[in-house]
Write a protein that binds this ligand. Structure first.
Ligand SMILES: [Zn+2]
Ligand SMILES: [Zn+2]
Length: 768
């Protein structure tokens, strides 16, 4: 079925007349084929030819040539554009042509993936090449001691992840000296996943890797692969600390791709403060999935939670049963909890057409080995533009049409996006953001580096401008000891244990299952009070849990599996103090600043909301201590006389500022690769430190994660988008799609939607 017919059928169903806000049909892209570089060894070329790669596409050739010439390179192109060939050509060539006369290991390659599943997929890809004599291995938490030993002594191509590099390979580098000493290439795959505090950790692990390789005499070339983001060479340079060239012109062929932007209708009933409510994205996706399956269109639906994925599959099966009983078993849910074999079986069923519809969680985006579908449904914006195109890219086979439908959830960013397709279609404005200079992240990695080999003055520039101050503070604190030859780690602990790279400052809280004592995972210190307080309903890897107790002394939250039919949201009191202003700019009478702030939070109660209506069904008080957060914020102020001359009455100002704050938090993820939960805000009609009406948006992690900084630098575009998001929402007085926030500490009160537009207009009057 062609795109036009398909869309006509989807939109023709009753009640859907106004749902399709935009349909963008992107023309097919012609293949641009290049030739094999002369430097590629014949066995490598032949291995790819056997797998049906007659020659590289232009972007593959360009990137491979750059890397082969020793230029650090990032390739940033779409899903299924064959990014792996870019690093496999130079990497395998180096290995094949440098072996000793008896086949001894010559050059080595280190491959880093953000997840174990992706490294396993890459391993399978290397196996398919059937290159005689190529010695490769994964090195992850599942590897046996024998396999690790073999990898260390023999492997030429080692596939691992930043966690293993941090905890195992770097601390044990002397045992891996031959591997590190011959390291020719480091591949950093899916590097757009390294963002926020995690990105800062990985950036410092990469610096430690560069130092360790240099200690053993190697200066490897870095090849990075990224989804399409703004300025990939900038984030790649930040990640590695090196000059990186970018390759962004995709030479691979593609059929027509359509992206439909879909907004569910308002439904009867009222939400918080009487706001109108839209139909949930999950229900809408279940309906669309049903229709597509009826039309025999192979479809993958991405949903936020595991529960949501199951609901989508169950609902679609029930609806299909009413149409054609034979279709019921052609829809399934795909879960993280499935065994690998079960998952591969589901993937195979979808590939072969035995299965027509599959619902999966966003968390599985990287673990799914499926492409070549007909359609992809997204229940909500998956958080980043890179992830959106990654998911839509699962559809499309050769010259066949591909359809992606993004169904908006009830929040300001989704609303903005379905009303402003150019934000998803034009040049990307979303940059991959993190801050390797964050002192809270830097300190533990300097300790780890000192444990790997004493730090010298000459080492410090590698770790950024704050390294000397940090080293002095660590010495003062007794963690490092200064000797004539440098700084030594003399503590008995393993230095790498100081940094929990998947967490972000403070002791993370462990989630412990009540019945079994099993540790399910951890929650960041910074968000623990708000998300795993006693009575909280917590979503962990797509599963729903009820917290029965939060023990702050032990940093443990006890949970039981439960599905109480409501969600919870914490209420907190927040205060903010400016410590210093690092940068500022004037927009006419307005002033925009970036600086360090101290935020005081106290969670005081939580609300229960019915699922999926969102209706508030109860509030319970909590007794939790105050917490302090020192971090980075961007803020803007307007002087009183400007406000006095405006149509805003003094009494409207708090609500107007509060609404502008909420919407701007909702829109920042469009410019910085953060989640709206990674940032917070404070607004006031009069702030003690500025003496003016002030709206703050701050990073949620100690020391900052780079999000507020990105907001400061992209402020004009960001705040214009914020104004547009509020103005284009169809509600009268504010709703979750524009100015209401699910994480508001003040019950979304006061909020003044039209006042926020006036305020933002005043602010933007003098903006560039
Ligand atoms: Zn609204
Ligand atoms: Zn609020």
């Amino acid at each position: 079925m062609d795109l036009e017919t398909l869309m006509a059928r989807l939109c023709g169903a009753p009640g859907r007349a106004d749902s399709l806000l935009h349909l963008e049909v992107m023309p097919p892209r012609e293949a641009r084929q290049s030739t094999w570089p002369e430097w590629v060894a014949a066995p490598v070329r032949e291995a790819f030819e056997r797998l049906g790669v007659p020659a590289p596409w232009t972007h593959q050739r360009t990137a491979a040539d750059l890397a082969h010439a020793g230029q650090h390179t990032v390739v940033s192109t779409g899903t299924s554009s064959g990014k792996s060939l870019c690093y496999l050509m130079p990497g395998l060539e180096a290995i094949e042509t440098s072996r000793g006369p008896k086949g001894q290991r010559g050059a080595s390659v280190l491959y880093l993936a953000p997840t174990k599943a992706l490294a396993q997929d890459q391993l399978a890809g290397l196996r398919r090449l059937e290159l005689p004599g190529l010695r490769f291995s994964t090195h992850d938490g599942d590897s046996t001691p024998e396999l690790r030993e073999w990898a260390r002594d023999h492997a030429e191509y080692v596939l691992t992840n930043p966690d293993m590099l941090h905890h195992s390979l770097l601390p044990g580098h002397s045992r891996w000296s031959r591997f590190f000493g011959s390291l020719r290439y480091v591949v950093i795959d899916e590097c757009h996943h390294y963002r926020g505090v995690f990105g800062a950790h990985v950036a410092l692990i990469i610096r430690r890797l560069r130092r360790v390789a240099a200690l053993h005499g190697a200066h490897p070339t870095f090849v990075l692969a990224s989804a399409t983001v703004a300025e990939p060479e900038v984030s790649a340079a930040r990640l590695t600390g090196l000059d990186v060239a970018s390759v962004t012109e995709d030479g691979s062929p593609k059929g027509r791709t359509a992206l439909a932007l879909w907004e569910p209708p308002f439904v009867p009933g009222r939400g918080e403060n009487g706001a109108p409510v839209r139909r949930s994205a999950t229900s809408e996706v279940a309906d669309l999935l049903t229709d597509l399956v009826v039309d025999r269109v192979r479809t993958l639906a991405f949903v936020r939670s595991r529960r949501g994925a199951e609901t989508v599959a169950l609902t679609a099966r029930r609806l299909l049963g009413e149409v054609d009983a034979s279709l019921v078993d052609q829809v399934a849910a795909y879960r993280g909890g499935h065994l690998l074999e079960e998952r591969r079986e589901l993937e195979e069923s979808l590939r072969s057409g035995r299965l027509l519809g599959l619902a999966a969680t966003n968390a599985l985006e990287l673990g799914i080995d499926i492409s070549g579908l007909d359609a992809v449904l997204l229940a909500g914006f998956p958080g980043t533009r890179a992830a959106l195109w990654q998911q839509v890219g699962r559809a499309g086979r050769g010259a066949r049409d591909a359809l992606g439908v993004m169904v908006a959830r009830d929040d300001p960013l989704d609303t903005y996006l379905v009303n402003h397709p150019e934000a998803l279609l034009g040049r990307p404005v979303e940059a991959n953001v993190f801050d390797p200079d964050n002192p809270y992240v830097l300190g533990p990695h300097l300790c780890a580096a000192a444990a790997e080999s004493p730090l010298t003055v000459a080492d410090l520039p590698l770790f950024g401008p704050g390294a000397r101050t940090a080293v002095d503070a660590l010495t003062e604190g007794g963690l490092l000891r200064r000797r004539p030859h440098g700084w030594f780690w003399t503590d008995r602990r393993r230095a790498s244990e100081l940094a929990d790279i998947r967490s972000s400052g403070g002791t993370p809280v462990q989630l412990v299952e009540s019945d079994t004592g099993r540790v399910l995972g951890t929650v960041d210190y910074s968000s623990a009070h708000g998300t795993v307080h006693a009575g909280a309903v917590y979503l962990h890897q797509g599963e729903t849990w009820l917290v029965t107790e939060l023990d702050l002394d032990e940093s443990v939250a006890v949970v039981v599996p439960a599905d109480p039919g409501y969600s919870t949201s914490a209420r907190e009191i927040t205060d903010i103090e400016i410590l210093d202003e690092r940068a500022a700019t004037r927009w006419g009478e307005a002033r925009l600043s970036l600086g360090n702030v101290r935020v005081t939070h106290q969670v005081v109660s939580f609300l229960k909301r019915a699922v999926p209506s969102g209706e508030v069904i109860g509030e319970e008080p909590l007794d939790l201590p105050e917490r302090l957060l020192q971090t980075t914020a961007v803020w803007w102020t307007l002087p009183d006389h400007v406000l006095a001359e405006s149509v805003l009455a003094a009494v409207d100002l708090p609500g107007a500022a509060h609404a502008a704050e909420h919407a701007s938090i909702g829109l920042l993820p469009l410019f910085a690769t953060c989640d709206r939960w990674d940032i917070g805000g404070v607004s006031t009609a009069l702030h003690a430190d500025t003496g003016r009406l002030t709206v703050f948006v701050h990073d949620g992690h100690p020391g900052g994660a780079g999000f507020a900084e990105r907001g400061f630098h992209a402020a004009a575009a960001w705040l214009r988008a914020t104004r547009e998001a509020i103005a284009s929402c169809g509600c009268a007085e504010g709703c979750p799609s524009c100015v209401q926030s699910p994480k508001c500490g003040n019950q979304n009160h006061p909020l003044d939607k039209s006042g926020a537009i006036v305020l933002l207009d005043l602010l933007l009057e003098g903006a560039p």
